[in-house]
Ligand binder design. Structure first.
Ligand code: NDP
Ligand code: 2IT
Length: 448
């Protein structure tokens, strides 16, 4: 690490003492970009500007629950970096949401969006609202109130939100309806992840999970391996997890375990994905419900403070598709002990810095989130393109563009890795490759 990088990192630590996730995300990026940082960057305070969001918006979200009681949540939108395009990134509704989590996600999004090769800047938003156990009516009222404020800060050329944890097509629909009502205009490209009947893109729902497996396919191929015949475990059973499972199955892998925050189901014969879709996408139930149809499948309940059970099951390929810091050093050691070949990060920052280092030292192929889960936002950008054209592509057209984008992202990581002699370290490669375009755009645009 050079002196300039160390200085910026110290400042970030000092200025953001209450934001551990944000500091972690910055640390991971900034440490790996040392080979491309020089005195010119220091002279124009490039890194200092890159670690400071362009704008953070925080707002009150009042709504009335089904019993008539007034509830208040906190809403956020972090517009981190708009150098290469309108701010772009999802909305997360989860009780753990706070400024640190919003900032880490928006920071990561900036480099991820750069890697897609498409003209999108980095942003993220959300609320500490907990959708679990809420009625459809409550979800709608919350989304409407959230949009009452958010509408002032977004627009198809300004900032384009989408889904993330707790926000899927249902929520995007309610958000879009309220935006349209307030603005009195049909601005389809203001949100992505929309339903297919009102401007959504085919294959957006599948894109993050499919993209993760396309990236995994390329990474395995470059190392003389393939998905066929491999066993796979997946942390999570939401949007990313489900469509990663579907594509892995198509490529001949066997998915033996999936999870939610309570625990995991393990079916050594292979999981019935249609049943998972019914439980999670239709009924919105807990994953334990899987045992009702498959009593022979095991259910392992998580114990607070311990490794999530899904990571204790032996598999060739592990796909963290739930939340940040799911894999710590202790869990990484279990994975290595169990003979895991590859880890594919569907979630954002699912692996702690110590765990990343340990996995790489132990020659595990690690597909980093910024590159491997970029298929979702890339397809969101394709949704924006279709909205601008007032036209829509077929599922096959979108999917083939997604496949090409993920193949290009992997090739870029491999090329960068070779160029800087990184060994097999796609984490550092993705950080360097993502950084370059944002840095060049910021330099070209002056002191912004
Ligand atoms: P969903 O809300 O659809 O699913 C989240 C899944 O993660 C659920 O199974 C949830 O279980 C599980 N989970 C376990 N522990 C936690 C926890 N502590 N906090 C939140 N969720 C937890 O979200 P997505 O599938 O959309 O997102 C999953 C991950 O992928 C996130 O990290 C997100 O940032 C990332 N991502 C998403 C993209 C997208 O297009 N949707 C694009 C790129 C990345 P439970 O139901 O018990 O909470
Ligand atoms: O983390 C992510 O990339 C997303 N949640 C998707 C963002 C988007 O704008 O589609």
């Amino acid at each position: 690490m050079n002196n300039y990088i160390e200085k910026v990192l110290n400042e970030v630590c000092e200025k953001n003492t209450t934001e551990p996730e944000f500091v972690q995300a910055v640390k991971e990026v900034i440490k790996s970009i040392a080979p491309v940082i020089n005195d010119k960057h220091e002279a124009i305070a490039l890194l200092e500007r890159m670690v400071e969001p362009e704008r953070i918006i925080t707002f009150r979200v009042p709504w009335i629950d089904d019993s008539g009681k007034v509830q208040v949540n906190r809403g956020y939108r972090v517009q981190f970096n708009g150098a290469i395009g309108p701010f772009k990134g999802g909305l997360r509704f989860h009780p753990s949401v706070n400024q640190s989590i919003m900032k880490f996600l928006a920071f990561e999004q900036t480099f991820k969006n750069s890697l897609t090769g498409l003209p999108i800047g980095g942003g993220k938003g959300g609320s500490d609202f907990d959708p679990k156990g809420k009625s459809d009516n409550e979800i709608m009222h919350f989304c409407q109130s959230f949009m009452n404020e958010l509408q002032r800060h977004i627009g198809h050329d300004l900032d384009v939100p989408a889904g993330d944890i707790g926000v899927g097509a249902r929520e995007v629909g309610y958000l879009f309806g309220q935006y349209r009502k307030i603005k009195n205009t049909y601005e389809a490209g203001v949100l992505t992840g929309k339903g297919l009947d009102y401007g959504g893109s085919l294959a957006r729902k599948e894109a993050t999970g499919f993209g993760l497996i396309y990236f995994m396919r390329e990474m395995l191929k470059a190392n003389d391996l393939e998905l066929k015949g491999k066993t796979v475990t997946i942390s999570g059973s939401g949007n990313v997890a489900i469509y990663a499972a579907q594509k892995a199955l198509e490529y001949g892998a066997k998915v033996v375990a999936m999870s939610d925050s309570n625990g995991c189901i393990y079916d050594e014969n292979g999981i019935d994905l249609d049943e998972i879709k019914r439980i999670k996408e239709v009924e919105r139930l807990r994953i334990k419900e899987y045992q009702t149809k498959y009593p022979n499948a095991k259910y392992l309940e998580n114990i607070k403070g311990e490794t999530p059970k899904v990571y204790t099951i032996k598999a060739d390929i592990v796909l963290p598709c739930a939340t940040q810091n799911d894999i710590n050093l202790e869990t990484a050691k279990i994975l290595v002990q169990n003979g895991v070949i590859a880890v594919g990060e569907g979630a954002n920052m699912p692996t702690t810095i110590e765990a990343i280092d340990y996995l790489i030292e132990n020659k595990i192929l690690l597909a980093p989130a910024k590159a491997a889960n970029a298929g979702g936002v890339a397809t969101s950008a394709l949704e924006m393109s279709q909205n601008s054209m007032r036209y829509s592509w077929s599922f096959e057209e979108v999917d083939s563009k997604l496949n090409q984008i993920m193949t290009n992202i992997f090739a870029n990581c491999q090329k960068t890795s070779n160029e800087f002699n990184l060994g097999i370290n796609y984490v550092a490669a993705a950080n360097i490759a993502g950084f370059k375009k944002v840095a060049n755009a910021m330099i070209a645009q002056g002191v912004i």
